[in-house]
Design a protein around this ligand. Structure first.
Ligand code: NAD
Length: 261
């Protein structure tokens, strides 16, 4: 139980990668604040499962990460009902696929708000308590798209490149305070986020579902298989360990070789 006595806030953890990270942290005894949308009964089931696994408290906060006030209220609540987060995982993210000249302005703004600006807000609000304790871990789920681009993903690629830059900057600012700040950059991971973009990519590129999976998504991934959520969670867990104390400001690829090409 390596995370016993630690509190972790994992944004976007009602599904996909965030849920796998929350489960991995619970298995090591962390108190958890999970966040994200979904069916209330399913979220309650997840919350209870996390508590049973960790033997510690797990709370859910439904803050919309597009809303700075809601983010602030969630972090205040975490401090009151658990403790201020020792570990912050900025994982919530959304995607929209469209050529740039047709990209809906409100989608651009939502992607920048949720995928990038929310990371700024949670970071600025959680960092003071981490600094005060002399220990903290900030782990941002970026993407291979923080390093390279793909067509029709202008907002997502811009936001993820922004997350990579923010990660490096905060790592430098917090380097002497026992706080590490890193991002994990997965290639394609089989989650609802990927599954949901298949119909739009089929439309945008006039392809079948099978063609999108093999010729668009896995085309870039030399291993020709999707990354698993558990693989990403195991790297996040490693970054919380004492052995990872000197890893900071890193953008850690987990993309089956995609960005090596
Ligand atoms: P997912 O759709 O399974 O999960 C996204 C989570 O974010 C959910 O819990 C959802 O409720 C939450 N969320 C969405 N909008 C929110 C909002 N406004 N406020 C609060 N929560 C919100 O997606 P995933 O694939 O697990 O993605 C998680 C992260 O990993 C994202 O940042 C994504 O960009 C990144 N990522 C995913 C892949 C992939 O292939 N799946 C690859 C690289 C990076």
């Amino acid at each position: 139980m390596k995370l016993q006595g630690k509190t972790a806030l994992v944004t976007g953890s009602t599904s996909g990668i965030g849920l796998a990270i929350a489960r991995a942290f619970a298995f090591e005894g962390a108190s958890l604040m999970i966040n994200g949308f979904g069916d209330p009964d399913e979220i309650e089931r997840i919350r209870q499962e996390l508590e049973a696994s960790s033997g510690a408290q797990a709370l859910h906060d439904g803050a919309d990460l597009g809303d700075a006030d809601a983010i602030e209220a969630m972090i205040r609540r975490c401090g009151h009902e658990l403790t201020a987060p020792d570990i912050l995982v900025n994982n919530a993210g959304i995607q929209f696929v469209s050529p740039v000249e047709e990209f809906p302005v409100e989608k651009w703004e939502a992607i920048l708000r949720i995928n990038l600006t929310a990371v700024f807000h949670t970071t600025r609000l959680c960092l003071p308590a981490m600094r005060q304790r002399g220990w903290g871990r900030i782990i941002n789920t970026a993407s291979a798209h923080s390093l390279v681009a793909s067509p029709n993903k202008s907002a997502y690629v811009a936001a993820k490149h922004g997350v990579a830059g923010l990660t490096k900057t905060v790592a430098l600012e917090a380097a002497k305070d026992g706080v590490t700040v890193n991002c994990i950059s997965p290639g394609y991971v089989w989650t609802p986020l990927v599954e949901n973009q298949i119909p739009d990519t089929m439309k945008a590129r006039n392809l079948t579902r099978e063609q999108v999976m093999q010729d668009v998504l896995l085309a870039a991934q030399p291993t020709k298989r999707f990354v698993t959520v558990d693989e990403v969670a195991s790297l996040a867990l490693y970054l919380t360990s004492d052995g990872a104390a000197s890893i900071t400001g890193a953008n850690l690829s987990m993309d089956g070789g995609w960005t090596a090409a």
